[in-house]
Design a protein around this ligand. Structure first.
Ligand code: KG4
Ligand code: ZN
Length: 344
């Protein structure tokens, strides 16, 4: 059985074909990084327009690489939540049209569950139940995952997502978008202790939430000082940029690792799965590995190519297919994330 998975939740137009035994036959990702670079972040209107231009060529190329025709597809899966409304709509419309024309089932993919499913796919074996941590441009959240499609929110950022902070701090430091990889590179030559940035909520063991907006402001003051908004006038040396990047990155890593392991302690779970763009961060991965060894936790971090948005993680549709969870053709997008949180 072949499932076509479509992903357009943010600024990546992606499609993949996966079999019911989780073999990936083809995967194509058309990145929009170049279009958004000069704005230092994703511009929703530009993203939706680019999805419209790219979605059909991306699907055609995916079929070509898999050596399949449209008639060989047995189901169409699409991420319909959460994400940018205009972006999600492009993928959903394409998926509905194909499902209708081919008379195959339509399957809804939760983009956040899919980020965690990337760990399951790469592991080649069951990773549930686990604590799932999603660290991306739009989300920083912790879930108690009883199974691949059974998630309960236990912690989340109360303001910015970690990736959003990486992107904004990179922009303040004059580094290229997307900020995560740029900050990681700059931080390699920096001293993480040159600046002592705040680790909001880290000491508060009663909650599993994150906050990164104060950290962003702290970096901004470290660069320019209060009341000096014009960053372009500042000439930071390469070493200063590296030290600021390293100090910022270390603060984010301390918060992410601290809360992830607090979640394991509170839930009594022994497995941690981490996905989303920020999970590509090398020093974060190294820190999680060290902590996991220390606390006897089984760690699954999505492989680098499956951290940032892609359609391979839409393989989670196989689980929904097996559970008989299909959608009617009036399926809508749900841009916002469900914020009902369990108390531990
Ligand atoms: O999961 P993703 O592709 O899109 C969303 O669903 O948001 O994540 C994109 C985010 C961006 O903010 C980007 O700066 C960040 O992931 N990112 C990184 C790294 N690579 C990408 N952050 C830190 N270190 C990295 N190496
Ligand atoms: Zn994502």
């Amino acid at each position: 059985m072949n499932i076509l998975a479509i992903e357009t939740s943010c600024d990546e137009t992606a499609a993949a074909i996966i079999t019911d035994d989780l073999e990936v036959l083809a995967s194509v990702v058309a990145s929009q990084d170049k279009l958004h670079e000069r704005f230092g972040g994703v511009v929703p209107e530009i993203a939706s327009r680019a999805h419209v231009q790219r979605i059909l060529p991306v699907i055609e190329e995916t079929l070509r690489r898999a050596g399949l025709a449209l008639a060989d597809l047995d189901a169409v899966a699409v991420a319909n939540t959460p994400g940018l409304a205009g972006s999600l709509l492009v993928g959903l419309s394409a998926a509905k049209a194909l499902a209708l024309a081919l008379e195959v089932p339509l399957i809804a993919v939760n983009h956040l569950q899919a980020h965690i499913y990337a760990c399951r796919l790469a592991a080649g074996r069951d990773v549930f139940p686990c604590v799932g941590m999603i660290v991306s441009g739009g989300h920083t959240s912790l879930y108690r995952c009883a199974g691949p499609i059974d998630f309960e929110l236990i912690g989340a950022t109360i303001d910015d997502a970690a990736g959003e902070a990486f992107d904004k701090v990179a922009s303040m430091l004059g580094l290229k978008y997307p900020g995560g990889p740029s900050i990681q590179r700059a931080a390699e030559h920096g001293n993480p202790s040159a600046w002592r940035f705040p680790r909001a909520l880290l000491k508060d063991k009663s909650r599993l939430d994150f906050s990164f907006s104060g950290l962003k402001t702290a970096v901004r003051y470290a660069i320019a000082g209060p009341g000096r908004p014009d960053f372009s006038a500042l000439n930071l040396s390469e070493q200063e940029v590296s030290d600021l990047a390293a100090g910022f990155q270390q603060a984010v890593i301390d918060c992410l690792a601290g809360k992830a392991f607090l979640a394991l302690e509170k839930t009594g779970m022994k497995r941690l799965c981490v996905g989303g763009g920020v999970a590509a961060n090398g020093p974060l991965r190294a820190r999680l590995e060290a902590d996991a060894r220390r606390w006897g936790v089984e760690l699954f971090v999505a492989p680098l190519e499956l951290c940032t948005d892609n359609a391979v993680m839409g393989a989670i549709a196989v689980e929904r297919f097996k559970a008989g969870k299909f959608e009617p053709l009036d399926l809508d997008v749900r841009p916002g994330v469900v914020r009902k949180k369990a108390t531990l």
